[in-house]
Design a binder for this molecule. Sequence first.
Ligand code: S3P
Length: 425
Amino acid sequence: MELIIQPKPFIRGTIHVPGDKSISHRAVIFGSLAQGITEIQGFLLAEDCTRTIACFREMGIDINIEDKKVIIQGKGLEGLQEPGDVLDAGNSGTTARLLLGILAGNPFYSVITGDSSLRNRPMGRVVEPLARMGARFLGRKGTGLLPLTIMGGKLKAIDYHSPVASAQVKSCVLLAGLYAGGVTSVTEPAMSRDHTERMLQHFEIPFNKQGLRVEIQGEHGFTARSIKVPGDFSSAAFFITAAALMPGSDVTLLNVGVNPSRTGLLEVLAEMGANITLLNERVENMEPAADIRVQGAELKGVTIGGSLIPRLIDEIPVLTVAAVLAQGKTEIRDALELRVKESDRISAMTGELGKMGAVIEALPDGMIIHGPQKLKGSGCMSHGDHRVAMALAVAGLSAQGNTHISDSQCVNISFPGFVDILNLL
Ligand code: S3P
């Protein structure tokens, strides 16, 4: 599918974005491992999260979708069956890595794979701790890549110091920790998103968090809880950024998750001069949510790095667009993880914005951008990466002439309805 973006002078309106992807995955996982019926409202019915549903169905869990609600008949920690077929995580790193933690703790044989992008993303970061806990793996590149074969079973607790600030690694080890005898801990180098910890709290599963260390007591069953999923901040980010950088814009996004481990973009845009207000702040199933009002302004460049990066890692593609259009220099450092996302996002964004006339210096772990630069509409590629496609759409709004984004159906991975909302504004 080719997406054609026509420039707009500004955007205005009130919108809803679909449910949070990270919370939706975790809702299915915890609902499946709980004892009893979990009802999920606001679930993200998009490709990534329906992969997680399909994998649990394959392991014998009844999951029904009725009237946009997801209803799970959880069978408890020991309730999964050996899958009859290969589990397919599609494009979803969260599905693959979190599931690996659960498969490691179950006494059966399983195989998990994904699409061509996911089969090239690093799995050693989760295989290594899980192997130390006692699970056995076979796979490509010395078990570094999918497809992976797992022989799970009785696990032993470990104290794991992760070399990367990754919520997927942290969550994987904590989920395996549910199956281990004793206390399993994970310490990360910087704080990554904490949806798993909040979900543990919601399901009243005992755990402890001190600074960058989380520990969990294993072999502790839990009962079902209903879950309301707020709108996805990372989806909202495309419209937040688009409105922030186009003077005259005024957009309100209703019911968006504003978990502080996700909202680094708001701080950066504020530093760049954006006009953003949070309204109706509230907390639902341990997750903060709010309505976000954004009014357009002239933006200026900014320097970012360090512990802020995990708090806006998924927003860097669209932040790059803001940096190109902002006055002055923007420098993004410490974002090596961008190289191993759904695409190499440093190379994809510098290359595609380059086709639109922007000059961006790619660093091994970031980018340097001197703005403001004029963008011209041209033919671009999504690289099969949903966030690259949507970031280029935001760039197209401020370009001269139409922008054509090929292979853009990947937006459905996280944001079905993106184009309809764009047309509505
Ligand atoms: C996610 C964690 C992040 C993020 C991804 C979703 C999650 O990845 O980029 O889109 O749901 O745990 P890492 O934890 O690998 O940084």
